[in-house]
Design a protein around this ligand. Structure first.
Ligand SMILES: Nc1ncnc2c1ncn2[C@@H]1O[C@H](COP(=O)(O)OP(=O)(O)OP(=O)(O)O)[C@@H](O)[C@H]1O
Length: 657
């Protein structure tokens, strides 16, 4: 899915056709008029309760309509030719409450890859109906498809209990559904001035979530929105844990059967996503949520997108958290498939046995180096056949030898075998979820445990929130040194590197590069506190070494031309300081036509989103310094020398810190 400002001359009607032809409505609950109450589903109830005391209703939410996923009972499939017509015609009479036709199937009954879905404006008639249903017009006009067929739930039918997570563009609250007494998670999405691009971005997440229906995929239960406040809540089942948090809990050690249990669920969930034409593109432990019975659900579809043969637009390569990012994305591939999720899955499998992340790179260059050192460099044929934008720059003069088996010799052989497959440097060799599920890892003893037979763990979310608050206070300098050390000791040992964090700096640099072809040394003043402030190396509380930026700076000077082309920097949370210190980035971010044309809409949106991730994410408990790096040599220079030098610089800067 791209966005409505994408290329091509397709009409809205065509777009609606595609969407309707390919969307399977997950809800089977018939639409119930708001005056009726339903008893069984959190998502299909309409409350009539008064205001909650926690302010949930205080920001104009008293006027909110509560949104309820709905379906009409009439769902007769129709030919694609009919769909558009009927859809357009029906919208006035049946408005938004019609059930969506099922996803198309091929002759064998297998679901066909959905065509690329575009978020698009709906017509006035449909929008009008959506507004009547309780949706704010700003939402209906931009994200009609995302809300189509659903009606709002009222905010006052939920009692907010506490904040349990802070995402990049969202806050997540634990809340009680007052109609069912069920505990749910409410993900509040903010929109800056109801900015259409961010609304579309959120809409893509909703459309994707609505297309998925599997026990191992987080289910979107419904939506709550405000006519006026510019925020919206996604309702999810409440999950007590996430895999990264659990794995890093002191005293928690997973057995082989337990790891199999989690991996099996992850692969089943992914299999479902892939079969529906969805790539997750951010598989990592913290996005794998677990309920109290150890049922795993893949969450956070904020970076997910559709893929497949129909996918004509390039996808962005700037997705997936760095530690879990496959080499083809680091090479700049914009035409990729399920293999990206398979790579991340391989990283998680090895990590669960290893007890810590296996390739914790801090820059994209370092990440690639770690990949080459562990998994070997790609074959000659791969390089020859590769049209990847950055491949020639990164081709080492001497191939790197693979040493996965030596590195993970302590793993059970069937696990190692699967790791070997999933961490193949060449994407086609990673196989599919189905193949992985048939591997010996799952078919030999000890078999995967039943989730409910696993130990029940103490919920950690509340603790995590406390830790985040402490961390925030610490950053403000209000926590004593002693407490700080305690804090560091509690930090997760396998906390991933900042999310898709190259994008922010890349965007900044790109924009700066386009406007001002000067070297980065002028852009990053090593004495500038905005770039250096509050930097903490993971697991250490020492202050940021200024040297690093200086060294990186001189590095950059050599390769500045390349750097403006594709910065591979890894910015930590502190990128936010930099971003904030560069307001022009904000001004430019939606106006850079050049970038849009070049990268396609998906790329642009994802970069913007990833940029936002850097700005807003504060839930990670670990911090790394901002490394300004990237392709530091011009094509033709010796890559091995570059890697060595890069590593030396990082080591030096760590030592000098
Ligand atoms: N259903 C849920 N139950 C409990 N906690 C949840 C649930 N969904 C999300 N969370 C928590 O809220 C936090 C943010 O959620 P999510 O990852 O969906 O948002 P995001 O803005 O995309 O975040 P990120 O920047 O980490 O990718 C996570 O740390 C997660 O643990």
């Amino acid at each position: 899915m791209g966005c409505s400002c994408s290329k091509g001359a397709r009409t809205n009607d065509t777009i609606i056709d595609e969407n309707i032809n390919n969307v399977k409505e997950r809800r089977s609950t018939p639409y119930i008029k708001p005056s009726k109450k339903r008893k069984n589903s959190a998502s299909s109830r309409i409350a009539n309760v008064g205001s909650s005391s926690d302010g949930f209703l205080n920001d104009n939410d008293t006027t909110l309509a509560v949104l309820i996923p709905s379906d009409a009972t009439n769902s007769t499939p129709m030919s694609s030719g009919e769909v558009s017509k009927v859809n357009i015609e029906r919208k006035s009479s049946r408005s938004v409450f019609q059930r969506r036709p099922n996803i198309e199937t091929n002759k064998l009954g297998a679901p066909q890859q959905p065509k690329m879905t575009r978020i698009t404006s709906v017509s006035n008639g449909e929008r009008g109906a959506q507004v009547v249903a309780g949706w704010p017009s700003w939402l209906a006009s931009v994200a009609g498809e995302a809300i189509n067929g659903w009606i709002p739930r009222k905010a006052d039918s939920f009692e907010k209990l506490e904040k349990i997570g802070q995402g990049t563009y969202s806050s997540v609250y634990k809340a009680r559904d007052l109609e069912t007494s069920q505990i749910v998670a409410l993900k509040k999405v903010r929109f800056a001035n109801m900015d259409p691009d961010s609304v579309r971005f959120m809409a893509r997440e909703i459309i994707i979530l609505r297309r998925l229906d599997h026990p191992n995929v987080m289910k979107l239960e419904g939506l709550v929105t405000s006519r006026v406040s510019g925020s919206m809540y996604l309702i999810f089942e409440y999950m007590e844990h996430d895999l990264a948090g659990l794995a890093s809990t002191p005293g928690v050690k997973f057995s082989e059967a337990q790891i199999k249990c989690y991996m099996k669920q992850l692969l089943h969930g992914l299999e479902h996503c892939h079969s529906r034409g969805v790539l997750h593109r951010d598989i990592k432990g913290s996005n794998l949520l677990l309920d109290h019975n150890n049922n795993l659900k893949i969450g956070d579809f904020g970076l997910a997108n559709f893929y497949g043969d129909h996918q004509k637009q390039p996808l962005t390569s700037r997705v997936v958290t760095l530690w879990y990012r496959p080499p083809e994305l680091l090479f700049g591939s914009t035409d990729y498939g399920v293999a990206v999720d398979m790579w991340s899955t391989g990283c998680i499998l090895a990590e669960l046995f290893n007890g810590k992340a296996i390739m914790p790179g801090r820059t994209e260059v370092e990440q690639l180096h770690k990949i080459f050192k562990l998994c070997g460099s790609p074959s000659e044929e791969y390089w020859k056949g590769s049209k990847l934008p950055h491949a020639t720059v990164f081709k080492p003069q001497q191939p790197y030898k693979r040493c996965v088996a030596e590195t993970f010799k302590s793993l059970p052989s069937s696990a190692l075998e699967l790791v070997e497959v999933l961490l193949a440097v060449e994407p086609h060799a990673r196989g599919t979820t189905a193949l992985a599920l048939k591997s010996e890892f799952f078919t030999t003893k000890p078999f995967a445990s039943d989730p409910s037979s696993l130990p029940k763990y103490q919920p950690r979310k509340e603790l995590d929130v406390k830790l985040q608050k402490e961390e925030a206070r610490r950053k403000k300098g209000t926590i004593s040194k002693e407490n700080e050390m305690k804090q560091v000791a509690r930090e997760s040992k396998a906390e991933p590197a900042p999310d898709a964090n190259a994008e922010l700096v890349a965007s900044i640099q790109k924009r700066q590069g386009e406007n001002n072809q000067t070297s980065m040394s002028e852009k990053f003043n090593p004495n500038d506190d905005t770039a250096l402030k509050s930097v903490m190396v993971r697991g250490s509380s020492r202050s940021p070494p200024r040297k690093e930026l200086r060294m990186q700076r001189s590095f950059v000077q050599r390769g500045s031309a390349q750097l403006t082309k594709f910065s591979n920097s890894v910015a930590a949370r502190d990128a936010s300081h930099f971003a904030i210190a560069n307001p022009r980035w904000f001004e430019d971010k939606y106006n850079n036509k050049k970038e849009k044309q070049k990268d396609g809409d998906d790329c642009t949106k994802d970069k913007e989103y990833a940029g936002k991730k850097n700005i807003l994410t504060i839930n990670c408990l670990c911090y790394v310094r901002m490394n300004i790096s990237g392709p530091l040599v011009s094509a033709g220079e010796n890559l091995d020398v570059m890697f060595k030098e890069h590593e030396r610089q990082i080591q030096l800067s760590c030592l000098s810190g």
